[in-house]
Design a protein around this ligand. Structure first.
Ligand code: CO
Length: 135
């Protein structure tokens, strides 16, 4: 496999309304309405750019996967980058074969966009959490 396009950059924020306003009013971007995603423990807003998307993430619920990130980065910050792959099973097998750590149970899951994803642990990728999404 080889990685494809940058699908999105995800930015965690303690205040998604304030972050949406920054992208809309200051940067002039097209910004979606907030969507609660209880299965993923986040509220998402998509910022549409000509060549990619920015995904704003606010924690939802007590077990939100972004709470520990926000406790270390209280003002928010870049949480992960997402690259597209053609075949998530092949990507998963290749990442394991190359010694990368896949988070959770190591199997693809349905991500916040309804497509299969895996997350690669930042310790193997220069401190960046990487999401691979099958498109
Ligand atoms: Co993502």
């Amino acid at each position: 496999m080889e990685i494809g396009r940058l699908n999105h950059v995800a930015i965690a924020t303690p205040d998604i309304a304030a972050s949406s306003k920054i992208y809309k009013d200051i940067l002039g971007a097209k910004v979606s309405a907030p969507v609660p995603q209880p299965d993923h423990g986040v509220v998402t807003v998509f910022v549409e750019l000509p060549n990619t998307k920015i995904e704003l993430l606010e924690p939802l619920g007590e077990n939100s996967p972004i709470l520990s990130f926000l406790s270390k980065n209280p003002k928010g910050g870049i949480h992960h980058v997402c690259y597209e792959v053609e075949d998530i099973e092949a990507a998963c097998a290749q990442m394991k074969a190359k010694g990368a750590t896949i988070t959770g149970d190591g199997r693809p899951k349905i991500g916040a966009h309804g497509k299969p994803v895996i997350f690669l642990h930042p310790k193997d990728f220069g401190g960046t959490l990487i999401e691979l999404e099958q498109v």
